[in-house]
Design a protein around this ligand. Structure first.
Ligand code: ARG
Length: 302
């Protein structure tokens, strides 16, 4: 592969159609199965339309999309961000905290084996027994800093940071989450390729905020207010210079645009009833570390 073709590879995401999406149990404060059941058909119909909207927005940003086959009885399978942590062609498959979602593990593992058979993933790796890590939903790749930010406390175990470091050979900074509404790191943080970090301070313990502030200079901090956080503005997808999210304030939009991004809002309110939005519905399959970029350059040159 030449450097030119390597660079022009489109961002590649994994998604799962919402055929079986519903709120049938409650494992976070956003989930209200009774409220869903009251208007189940209408909400399901709007989830279908909203998912198609996100899918279309990603395609028009230039992304490539792979899909997981939906499964009856696994309503949260749509949240593919939780399937695995992926970097340099390695997929570290999630181990979920709650039994309701543990049933997704074999389905996601099968999906990664199928991606491996097509050459889109090189290696499928399991988490050690007894250590929970809910995929990229709790483990955000920060390309500029060359590290993972990992959320822990509600879903993933702090000990998972060691697995991440040893599998991917990059630093992993554990951030303890303090607010049950922001139970996965990607509900409260988004690391942008320019080095800016969008985050909701109200989601973190004081120690976690210190860890963020130590590594992110003031000019790179985009702190959200409670309103933006509650509309899942931190749960954004960045593909190239496009940022896709459900909705955000005019202030946030202006501050992202000032950094050179085009902001695309596509409503995902039906999924927010399950505690998830844009980023949760996708998993980036093609993130690479600097070490991998250098190795690929060497291979291409030789
Ligand atoms: N209902 C799902 C859960 O509570 C939502 C997951 C959202 N995913 C995410 N990456 N934040 O597990």
């Amino acid at each position: 592969m030449t450097i030119a073709t390597f660079r022009s590879t489109p961002p590649r995401f994994l998604m799962c159609p919402p055929q079986h999406f519903a709120v049938t149990y409650s494992i976070n404060p956003w989930m209200d199965p009774a409220a869903w059941a009251d208007r189940g058909d209408a909400l399901h119909a709007s989830a279908e339309v909203q998912w198609q909207g996100l899918h279309a927005a990603l395609l028009s940003s230039g992304a490539a999309i792979e899909t997981v086959v939906p499964h009856a009885g696994l309503p949260d399978l749509v949240f593919t961000a939780n399937a695995a942590v992926v970097l340099d062609g390695k997929a570290l498959v999630a181990r979920f905290r709650h039994p309701e979602r543990q049933r997704e593990q074999p389905v996601f593992a099968g999906a990664f084996r199928a991606l491996a058979a097509r050459g889109l993933i090189d290696q499928v790796i399991e988490m050690p027994q007894g250590v929970a890590l809910e995929g990229a939903g709790d483990c955000l790749w920060d390309a500029g800093r060359g590290l993972f930010w990992m959320g822990c406390g509600f879903r993933s175990d702090a000990a998972a940071a060691e697995s991440v470091q040893s599998v991917f050979n990059v630093p992993c900074v554990a951030l303890e989450l303090a607010n049950p509404s922001y139970y996965h790191l990607d509900t409260a943080m988004c690391a942008l390729p320019c080095g800016a970090v969008v985050y909701y301070p109200g989601a973190f313990t004081a120690a976690a905020l210190d860890a963020i502030h130590q590594r992110v200079a003031p000019a790179d901090r985009i702190a959200l207010n409670a309103d933006d956080a509650a509309q899942f503005a931190a749960n954004a997808i960045c593909a190239g210079r496009t940022i896709i999210l459900s909705s955000c304030s005019e202030d946030l939009r202006r501050s992202l645009e000032a950094r050179g991004y085009a902001v695309v809002a596509t409503p995902l309110t039906a999924f927010q009833r399950s505690g998830g939005s844009a980023c949760c519905l996708t998993l980036r399959l093609d993130h690479v570390s600097q070490a991998q970029v250098a190795a690929r350059r060497l291979a291409a040159a030789g």
